[in-house]
Design a protein around this ligand. Structure first.
Ligand SMILES: [Zn+2]
Length: 62
């Protein structure tokens, strides 16, 4: 299964919505998300996530 992931602060996070990651980290500080930021989001296997908070959020929601 593929998830939208983004690399921030040398960790790979799960993108939750247009502002934040599953762990609560805001992955951009713009008023409206920029195309440049959107391009950083990649759909990859969830196994690539290196942020432990994101990974635990994902599995606790199930
Ligand atoms: Zn995270």
């Amino acid at each position: 299964m593929l998830y939208p992931l983004i690399e921030k602060k040398k960790k790979v996070h799960i993108v939750k919505d247009l502002n934040s990651c599953a762990c609560g980290l805001k992955y951009h500080s713009d008023l409206v998300i920029k195309r440049k930021t959107l391009k950083q989001i990649k759909f990859v296997e969830v196994g690539k996530v290196t942020c432990k908070k994101c990974a635990s959020k994902l599995f606790s929601d199930e």
